[in-house]
Design a protein around this ligand. Sequence first.
Ligand SMILES: N[C@@H](CCC(=O)N[C@@H](CS)C(=O)NCC(=O)O)C(=O)O
Length: 199
Amino acid sequence: MKLFITPTSVYARKVRIVVREKGLADRIEEIVTLPVDAAPELLAVNPLSQIPALIDDDGQAWTDSSVIAAWLDGRGGGVPFLPEYGSDAYWRVRRMETAAMGMIEMMAKIVYENRRPEGERSPFWLRRWEDNLVRAFRMADAFDPDPGIFDMGTMNLAIAGTFCDFRLGHVDWRAVAPRIAAVQAELEKRQSFIDTYPR
Ligand SMILES: N[C@@H](CCC(=O)N[C@@H](CS)C(=O)NCC(=O)O)C(=O)O
């Protein structure tokens, strides 16, 4: 299988952690591709020119980090990232994952906006997205995530926190989300997290 990534992408990191935790690393080749380059190999898998994107052993294309991560969870051994489909535990984990992905989306918007030339940036949207982000961290903390539990919920909250440190160091998310901070501190010790730390 082939997985298109960049080493700094939090979306790709999510999938790369699952790959490692499921013991699939030797079956998946990581291909570093900058989405803005719109390389034909990436476009053939994802016409949106976004990573992560995966080609499976049958040549099927998979896009969207949450779908790829859930699909890979059903393969390989190791930790089950998702509880039994439809159970209360399953939906709790998916809600945590969705909260984290919403935070990641806000951060991505801020990062892209900040890449515009200074005079073209919108202070209104930057303020709004940062306010949304801080509110979302506070609300996600109310899930009371447990640093002793490793699943799709806690994993995504942890990588959202690390991505905020990496790209928006001025946002003091730990002040509003101390439980997520404890989860992040714990999970960043795992080898799969160390191997995929954004740099
Ligand atoms: N919903 C997608 C979003 C993927 C995404 O936005 N990836 C970024 C990686 S940093 C990207 O490729 N951005 C380039 C672009 O959107 O043009 C997912 O979860 O995989």
